[in-house]
Design a protein around this ligand. Structure first.
Ligand code: AMO
Length: 416
């Protein structure tokens, strides 16, 4: 908190609350960087006796006078006349927040709130917050309404695997893998909906890109074709990256910048990719899922953002609209070898939906409540789910998804 009498100008009286990030002592004066509302504020202390009260990590309140100077991060500093120590650290953290070398991710997570005081760690979450604002801005400007759907559910939406069971009073329920069924149903009344919320996946593997609890940006719109949905996600990604490019100060502590944007994200069909990989000598056939190795191989060739379209029906969930030759109106958005989003056009005909549920080996009875509204005039619709955490990895050039999630949950980690 910063309180200034009048406006910020030479000699104005100021009071600031914050925590001490760093102390630099010179012969006669001490410079302190006070983090005030996540931004550095330079303090100048001329009285050595006052300066001795200040310790890194302490919460303090200072009173003093504003001095305008180009040499301070904000273009001004506070010449301190009075200091109150509101709380001082009782222990020294296991890492120096201003050190050049990064502590290990496990130590960082064990001490997460302290880790967040490291400039690069804080930068990641400021970028994340800004990106979420820009996603919302784009979608609201394009006629979408934000919704919240239940996270305790009775039926799997993405098939039977990777579910977390929970006791729901005397019955079994599950944590939602995706808001898929709800967002589709909601297009009936709202036409265009989106949700930013948690998805739960009981992932059995420990990788750099999977979490048990991830954040998904789910979008669903009536009356859009598969191509138009790809245009929408491409427009949204460009809006976010352009917005962030206009705020380079957000990236200063990261030594990274948002990825480059091509004029248009290339669109490759699944079949084209299979042929290309075969040409490279890979042992792969139509109908096989693309392995991480294949995706990386192709991703390195494609470079940056691209779509993989028209997946075989057997590799996609029951709600995806089939096309001729066992293909579907579907896509994945990729960045190099990393899958960022998947989506497509959906089945809107209740009879066809029922048949598809059956064909995917799922119990139709469990989907009764979902199929019912389809008999009352469900509009043709489509959408996508974008992994927010993975997208932030790409924006901030972090290699481990745990770096971009405040309190990650994975196979091993349930605390803090
Ligand atoms: P899918 O299962 O492909 O599709 O998930 C969509 C996107 O969510 C992200 N994601 C994950 N991120 C981190 N850890 C995980 N365990 C994890 N699982 C998924 C990925 C992925 O691309 N209902 C469909 C979407 C749709 O068709 O609208 C769905 O959930 O970035």
């Amino acid at each position: 908190m910063l309180l200034v009498d009048g406006k910020i100008a030479e000699g104005a009286a100021a009071t600031a609350y914050g925590w001490v990030q760093s102390i630099r002592e010179q012969k006669t004066i001490t410079f302190v960087i006070l983090m005030e509302n996540r931004e550095p504020l330079q303090l100048v202390i001329k009285d050595k006796r006052l300066a001795r009260k200040v310790k890194v990590h302490a919460s303090i309140m200072v009173k003093g006078r504003v001095a305008m100077t180009e040499r301070a991060p904000r273009g001004y500093e506070i010449h301190v006349e009075e200091i109150s120590v509101l709380n001082k650290p009782r222990k020294i953290p296991p890492f120096d927040i201003m050190a050049k070398e990064e502590p290990s991710i496990d130590v960082r997570l064990d001490y997460r709130p302290v880790d967040l005081r490291r400039p690069s760690s804080m930068a990641v979450f400021k970028i994340r917050a800004r990106a979420l604002q820009l996603f919302r801005e784009y979608l609201v400007n394009n006629g979408f309404i934000e919704v919240n759907t239940p996270k305790i559910i009775a039926t799997a939406s993405e098939g039977g695997s990777a579910l977390f069971p929970v006791m729901y009073y005397d019955r079994q329920a599950f944590l939602a893998q995706s808001p898929q069924l709800y967002k589709e149903e909601l297009t009936m009344a709202f036409e265009r909906v989106f949700e930013i919320g948690p998805i739960f996946r009981a992932e059995q593997s420990r990788t750099m890109k999977h979490l048990s609890e991830a954040t998904s940006l789910d979008v669903e719109a009536a009356f859009l074709s598969n191509e138009e949905i790809m245009d929408l996600i491409e427009g949204m990604v460009k809006h976010v990256i352009k917005g962030l490019n206009s705020e380079p100060q957000l990236f200063a502590a990261l030594k990274a910048k948002p990825p480059a944007l091509p004029e248009r994200f290339p669109r490759f069909t699944y079949s084209e990719i299979i042929e290309k990989l075969k040409g490279l000598g890979e042992d792969i056939a139509f109908g096989d899922d693309l392995t991480q190795k294949s995706l990386e191989e192709f991703g390195n060739m494609a470079g940056g953002f691209y779509f993989i379209t028209e997946w075989p029906a057997k590799l996609k969930p029951f709600y995806i609209m089939p096309k001729e030759n066992g293909l579907t109106s579907s896509f994945d958005l990729m960045y190099m070898g990393l899958e960022l989003a998947s989506g497509g056009q959906r089945i809107h005909d209740p009879v066809m939906l029922r048949k598809s549920i059956k064909e995917h080996g799922l119990p139709v009875s469990s989907f009764k409540f979902h199929i019912t509204p389809y008999y009352y005039g469900m509009p043709p619709h489509g959408g996508f789910g974008l992994g927010v955490d993975r997208f932030i990895m790409v924006l901030t050039d972090r290699k481990n998804i745990r770096e971009v999630v405040l309190y990650p949950r994975d196979l091993r980690r349930l605390v803090p």
